[in-house]
Every structure is written in structure tokens, then in C-alpha cells.
Design a protein around this ligand. Structure first.
Ligand code: G3P
Length: 226
């Protein structure tokens, strides 16, 4: 399962990109506004694109297909490899179908059920983003949707890539991988948490201490023979 970073924060993106563990970044209007409500979106998106050369989802904000397509055209002038992120509404599906005809990659976002994912796939979405955490927040099992989508995809031979989004903690990353998601897009904190283990830290500290002990013994020995 590939990992993307779900962020518009340059420091976070720079750090995680340097670790070599992500192959893309997803953004949305809320993440951009969180960084700076006056942010120059084009400039920020191009900065992110420079930091992570792989997948980059950029979301449209229009609610009608024509507006979405105009925005997509504009985004594609910024960089032609952009993936256009489109909300799971009927007008969005219309725009996805048009973009698929032009071989433009799309990421259908705000998916909360397997039937929505199926419709997005049939419209020609490259990615279907299932919001796991937001379903958990309202008392549903978000991961069940990923499992259902994987099952349907395998039974029917469907091709959209299954993207687990709205990740809240490392268990969501683990469960997404077990459920067969193709990608999990993770905020900075759970992604960093998923790299840590107390026994790793304890082990590193012990190796460093033992190495120092050895060096001290050698230094002592050298001092006594001089
Ligand atoms: O990329 C969008 C999605 O991951 C949003 O997550 O935390 O706002 O539910 P969240």
C-alpha cells in the first residue's frame, strides 16, 4: 500500500518527503485554509509539487460540472500531471466522466459508501477516496467501507484505485493495508506515530550506550599503556 501525506504544510511535506516513504500528497480547501486563509493556492500547490514529484491531488470548489471543468483546465496549466479532486456529487460525476475522456486523472472525494465508490469508478475516476475517520466519528465502521469496496472491486474487476482518507491514527493505516486499500493518505501526526515503537527507541539507546562503553574502555586501555 502506498502512503500519501494529507497536508498543505510545507514543513511537514518537506520532512516526510525526505524520509522517502510517501509517493504523493493530497490537499483540500480546508487544509490550504488551515495553513493561511490568504494563501496563494497556485503558488502553494507548485511548491508542494516541487517537494514531492509524485501524485498531487488538487481540489475544485465549484458545485457545477462546467465550473469544475474550468477549474480543472486552470489547474492543469499549473502542472499537467495534476490529479483533479472532485466531490462525490452528481455534477462531480459528470465532470469526472468528461475528464476521463480527456485522460485527466481524477480523485473522487467525500465518499462514504461502497455504492458511491462504484458510481465514481463507473464515471471513470482514477482514485476513489473513502473517508474512514469521518464515518468512525459518527459511530459507523469506516473501515468496513474500504473492505466492501475491495471485495466489490475484486469480484467485478474494477479499476479505480482505492484511497483510504480521513486517517486519524496508526491503526487506520494498518487496517487500510489489511483491508486492501491501494493508498492511505495520512496527516503528518499519525504518519509519524506509525514509524515509532518504544522498543526501537530503547534498542537504539542501548546500542549507543554499549558502543560508548566500548569506546571508553579502549580509551582507558590506551591511556594506561602510554
Ligand atoms: O483529504 C481529505 C481527508 O483526508 C480529510 O480528512 O481529517 O478532514 O476528516 P479529515
Amino acid at each position: 500500500m502506498e502512503l500519501y501525506l494529507d497536508s498543505a504544510n510545507l514543513e511537514e511535506i518537506r520532512h516526510v518527503a525526505s524520509l522517502g516513504i510517501i509517493s504523493g500528497v493530497t490537499t483540500n480547501p480546508s487544509l490550504l485554509a488551515k495553513e493561511d486563509p490568504k494563501v496563494d493556492v497556485r503558488k502553494r500547490i507548485l511548491e508542494i509539487h516541487q517537494l514531492v514529484g509524485g501524485h498531487l491531488s488538487v481540489e475544485v470548489i465549484s458545485l457545477d460540472a462546467d465550473g469544475m471543468l474550468r477549474e480543472a483546465d486552470e489547474i492543469l496549466t499549473w502542472f499537467p500531471e495534476a490529479t483533479i479532486k472532485i466531490p462525490m456529487i452528481p455534477e462531480g460525476l459528470k465532470a469526472v466522466a468528461k475528464l476521463a475522456d480527456q485522460d485527466v486523472e481524477t480523485n473522487v472525494t467525500l465518499i462514504f459508501s461502497a455504492t458511491q465508490a462504484l458510481a465514481a469508478n463507473n464515471a471513470g475516476a482514477t482514485y476513489v477516496s473513502v473517508f474512514v475517520g469521518r464515518l468512525d466519528d459518527i459511530g459507523y465502521d469506516g473501515m468496513e467501507v474500504i473492505r466492501d469496496v475491495r471485495d466489490i472491486w475484486d469480484t467485478q474487476g474494477l479499476s479505480s484505485l482505492i484511497l483510504a482518507a480521513s486517517i486519524r491514527h496508526p491503526m487506520h493505516i494498518l487496517e487500510s493495508a489489511k483491508a486492501g486499500a491501494d493508498i492511505a493518505t495520512c496527516p503528518y501526526k499519525p504518519l509519524l506515530q506509525s514509524l515509532q515503537h518504544p522498543l526501537t527507541d530503547k534498542g537504539v539507546a542501548a546500542f549507543v550506550a554499549d558502543h560508548k562503553k566500548m569506546q571508553d574502555e579502549i580509551a582507558k586501555l590506551k591511556a594506561s599503556t602510554n
